[in-house]
Design a protein. Structure first.
Length: 659
């Protein structure tokens, strides 16, 4: 099944309630898919189903449980984590801490599904059904991305109207009503996104096209590329999940995210009008929303591939997947920052794709400075890098933070509005500190493991040395043994002499099979020959016999051949006992060498400790400067300490997005 991420909203029973980061809500589509999958799995002995998706984890690590529930129910049951609560207790951690409430004035206790532990084991388990193939692994013939693989950043300044509205957002964030149906931080965050795109999304009657600069900036960039690539009739794709061409809101509720709106004002239509004014013919511009049926959409895509339509507008939902129009695509434009980090990958996947005739393509981001745009792009790019490391199992950390919902708080609103110069440095320092912390934790974890290993080896060594001394004596005796041939064979067992190897071996086998207690049968090659009760519940299992000297050695009888049992006893003497001493000696030498090697590292210090301490101190200073700047730039009531959330953990790979 392709695009499997569309079925991630699968319900599950849980006793974990009122915890942010856990979404047990169901969709009919996902529930229907689960029923069909279980039917196929019953027919095909647990198999018969293959998921294909570019984003198995789009916004939360908890989505991994959904994929596991679909594809590996038997393994989850075997591991005792088939229900969500047991899975969450094994890999997740619920954190309760004090946060500022919606009034911005009081503290309240909030529980979150904050981070994941045992990540190595989780990824190993997930890897039993997940095979990740990236472009780097496959080395696909896809176009290169201009600007050294980084997006072109187009930053527009705040207009007077936007600056005034930012002040309103600050006031709202600091004066949230107790009743969230009146106003809340999610609604404020949505309004912040709308404002950063076009003020007419807030109120078309009050604001006009001059109150926002982003739309004109998009139009001018698209026109320049359209003109530059006219000879090849190259095409462009404009993404925006905000201001899509719809008539009315889907529901009456006001508490919606920007992606859920039906807008009275169309950003698409506004940019199209600007493009027409710059000289692009209207028949070369299309909205994917105007082609609702599969037949209509197929015709649209064919025109784009031929270069008849050269500018296509789309939302992530309608144009992020299942759209193969890459043939002439030369540029992708992100008017807004998508709500989920995986959407960035889905959008760019339309152009960075096999079959694109352009050797080099462009990606453009549009940002209104001093708004939620900058903050959101930075966080989303970092989240995407983090998700890719989890997905490709390159994460070297055993504990990772989960991906929280992206909702602004009062402190962030003010920091963004004041264009605090320390915000970017804070994010860079936090990313750097994450990397240093991982290296530092690994260093001390290894050092602690080495200490424990030294203790284990030193405590084990005396017993092994004692066993070795005895093994040397046994080896000396076994070295003098010579196998008896059939003509001179003689063996006394339970007081009876046997001169026939086969009969002697059969007697030993019978005594071993029916032994109810430990019994000595006699002596063989200078060692006592013992049988013991068979503790194996399998009645067909071969019983064990023992030669005992200073140490005890064992072998199995040969139930089908008496002479074969004698041969096994001979081999025990000539090979096992002699080799045991040799192997024990080598093991002791290896243990002593390992102890010396580990002790030589006991006094080593973390080589980047000074850099870690300096970064920690600088971050503390930056946080203080940010808080001081907020207090200086606002005349609000006394504020509680509200720290800006840390950037998402990024391991090894630096974020691709730079500003």
């Amino acid at each position: 099944m392709d695009e499997a991420h569309l079925f991630k909203n699968l319900s599950f029973q849980t006793n974990i309630t009122d915890v942010k980061g856990i979404n047990a809500s169901a969709s009919k589509r996902a529930s229907d898919m689960l029923g069909k999958i279980r039917y196929l799995q019953e027919l095909h002995n647990g198999g018969g189903v293959v998921f294909a998706t570019g984003t198995p984890i789009s916004n939360s690590m908890a989505e991994m449980y959904t994929m596991m529930k679909y594809l590996m129910p038997d393994l989850l049951e075997q591991e005792g984590i088939s229900n969500f609560d047991s899975w969450a207790s094994t890999f997740g951690e619920i954190e309760t801490k004090m946060e500022v409430d919606q009034t911005g004035q009081k503290w309240k206790s909030v529980s979150r599904f904050a981070r994941f532990h045992n990540v190595t084991e989780l990824l190993t388990l997930f890897g039993q059904v997940a095979d990740t193939q990236t472009q780097e692994m496959l080395d696909l013939p896809v176009p290169k991305v201009a600007n050294d693989g980084k997006p072109f950043i187009h930053a527009s300044d705040l207009t007077e109207a936007q600056s005034a509205y930012m002040e309103q957002l600050i006031y709202r964030s600091e004066n949230m009503p107790n009743d969230p149906s009146i106003d809340n931080m999610l609604k404020l965050t949505t309004d912040a996104r709308l404002m950063a795109t076009d003020m007419r999304l807030i109120n078309e009657q009050i604001y006009d096209k001059n109150d926002s600069l982003k739309g004109q900036q998009v139009a001018e960039t698209v026109h320049e590329i359209w003109e530059r690539t006219s000879e090849n009739r190259s095409t462009q794709l404009i993404f925006s999940d905000i201001g899509t061409p719809k008539g009315k809101r889907k529901v009456a509720e006001d508490n919606l995210s920007a992606d859920d709106f039906d807008y009275k004002f169309s950003v698409y239509a506004d940019i199209r009008e600007r493009l027409e004014n710059l000289g692009i013919p209207r028949h070369e511009i299309a909205f994917i929303h105007d082609y609702p049926t599969d037949k209509q959409r197929a015709s649209l895509f064919d025109k784009v591939r031929k270069g008849e339509i050269r500018v296509l507008f789309a939302s992530t939902q309608k144009g992020g997947t299942g759209v193969n129009i890459q043939d002439r695509l030369v540029a992708v434009h992100h008017v807004d920052a998508p709500w989920k980090p995986s959407d960035i990958e889905q959008r760019n996947g339309r152009i960075i794709r096999q079959g694109n005739l352009n050797p080099v393509v462009e990606i453009h981001h549009y940002v209104t400075t001093g708004t939620f745009d900058t903050f959101m792009w930075q966080i989303q790019e970092q989240k995407l890098t983090y998700i890719n490391q989890i997905r490709t199992r390159k994460s070297k950390s055993r504990t990772v933070d989960d991906l929280d919902e992206l909702v602004l708080n009062a402190s962030e609103i003010k920091a963004i509005a004041t264009k605090n110069p320390f915000i970017r440095e804070k994010m860079d320092l936090e990313n750097k500190l994450v990397n240093l912390s991982i290296l530092r934790n690994n260093f001390f974890s290894t050092k602690n493991a080495d200490k424990q290993e030294i203790q284990r080896l030193e405590s084990s060594l005396p017993g092994i040395e004692s066993y070795y001394e005895k093994a040397l004596e046994d080896s000396s005796i076994a070295g003098e043994f010579h196998s008896m041939d059939a003509d001179n064979f003689s063996l006394k067992l339970d007081g009876h002499f046997f001169t026939d190897k086969t009969k002697a071996g059969e007697y030993i086998s019978q005594r071993a099979y029916h032994a109810s207690e430990t019994a000595s049968l006699g002596e063989y090659g200078g060692f006592e020959l013992l049988v013991k009760p068979n503790v194996n519940t399998d009645i067909m299992a071969e019983p064990t016999i023992y030669l005992v000297g200073k140490n005890s050695y064992s072998t199995k009888v040969n139930p089908s051949s008496g002479s074969g049992t004698i041969i096994r006893i001979d081999n025990l003497l000539k090979r096992t006992i002699i080799n045991t001493a040799k192997n024990q000696g080598e093991q002791i030498e290896g243990m002593k060498a390992r102890i010396a090697e580990l002790k030589a590292k006991e006094n080593l210090t973390f080589e980047k400790e000074e850099e870690f301490q300096e970064t920690t101190q600088r971050l503390t200073h930056i946080n203080a400067e940010i808080e001081l700047g907020l207090e200086t730039n606002t005349n609000s009531s006394p504020k509680n300490e509200v720290s800006i959330p840390k950037a998402v953990e990024v391991i090894e790979v630096e974020p691709e997005f730079e500003m």
